[in-house]
Design a protein. Sequence first.
Lengths: 272, 299
Amino acid sequence: MSNSSLKELARTIRAHTLCMVHKSRASHVGTCLSMADLLAVLYGQILRVDPARPHWPDRDRFILSKGHGAAIVYAVLAERGFFPASWLETYCEDDSKLGGHITHADVPGVEASTGSLGHGLSIGCGIALAAKHDDKDYRVFVMLSDGELDEGSAWEAILFAPHHGLDNLIAIVDYNKIQSFGSVRDVLELEPLADKWRAFGWAVLEIDGHDYEQIIDALSNVPMEEGRPTVVIAHTVKGKGVSFMEDQLAWHYKSPDDEQLARALIELGESN
Amino acid sequence: MCEVAEKNERVWLLSGDLGYSVLERFAEKFPQRFLNVGVAEQNMIGIAAGLAMSGHIVFTYSIANFPVMRCLEQIRNDVCLHNLNVKIVAVGGGLAYGPAGYTHHALEDLAVMRAMPGMTVVAPGDPVEARLATRAIADHPGPCYLRLGKAGEPLVHTVEPKFRIGEAIVMRSGEDVILISTGGMLERAIRAAELLSDRGISAGVLSMHTVKPLDEKAIHGAALRTRLICVVEEHGETGGLSDAVARTLSEHNATCAFAALNIPVEENGKIGSQSYLVERAGLTAESISERIARALKQQ
């Protein structure tokens, strides 16, 4: 996919997400928007997946460990044709398949349900281990939040993966610097984050998580080092793409009203 | 366990850095399918879930509460919600690690595991049942919990019984009382029944090795044949086999009397050998028979 197509995909899934959280009055729009560009590159170019065969044994796996960022993952899966885009309108509604935290049951393309933080990387370790054991060449991508790295269980997995040489495992940290109840710096400082991962034995790359060349370059060249898992620490902006949502804690919780939705969609360049 | 792994090459064993002098044989025989994940139970369950999502059957192993409670949310979300082939094995059920202290007493595990959706809960009564249960859960689809004692429990079964998950084993029949036992209580339950017989009280014993799904048919059959049903379990008073049996008896308007002999909460934190703690809790064969005789007299 060309860079402009990838950017168009990101724009579309941002717009879907805004509409979904607006209609459902749901939270977590900011956390969705911060990883939009990463998801567009992953699903537009990097992941070896086949929407017609969601259970294809050799597919790359993507685990959303920050399960509250579900809306935009559903959006990108719908755009890739895993299920009809009409499903997105049911997000969080009664009897919907699409829950507010990523839900795998009956949703093609979702590998695992998460929602409690600190679970996804361990699951990713298990899948990566299985690939090694079964002599398969699929990769496992796990998207983590920064706040999630407060969880001790995350560090159990971070310790485990290099010890077992899981170079088919790629962690991506959506480092938007704002967690649930404050800035990462104020709540529980993660810095020096890259050094911490490096000290645990990971191949580490820091990128601008909104710069397409950097994202493509990083995710196209994994593993960075043979025998080591890769972590891409993506510096992002919470709420990216909608000026009044950017870098605002409030948009971890709020959903846009009619007027805010209209303004946000205009900013994204949506015609209606 | 080695036999199970021999038979099925999808079977793995993960340990949370425990199993010295127990797991070595497996580790040597199947190095590609054995993993000591370190002292990290949450990660162990997540890894087990990931392996199981990829088609493997994964046993996780640790002692007492560690493989259950430390990683309970991982069991609930990663294993049960995804209905995965993860088999959680805890050694040291009940008071087996008595002198080690309260942290190592597994007294709420049956309650907690019963509450997990889709979880099969098995607590074999002796080493024969433990062997049969290990085979059975490997073949049983979905999440399972296997509560073991420590090595060295007395053999109760002299011949191999028919073992099916969810089907109680009739150890002996009786008309005055039927004891329903789970886990390592079995030997004491049978001796208690023998002591009752000596006193002219007809006492039967059911080995309820599967706590969930519960063999309700066996329980209701017993309820029709006896004056008293008495559940004996080395477990706290809340949420274990006795609550499960009481519920089904009540739902079916059973007319027999019901008694539950468990570890009273007042006993929490006491230190000593398993036999000492069991005696304190009134769960020796002698105490059980005495308490049952008293209960029958009061009827």
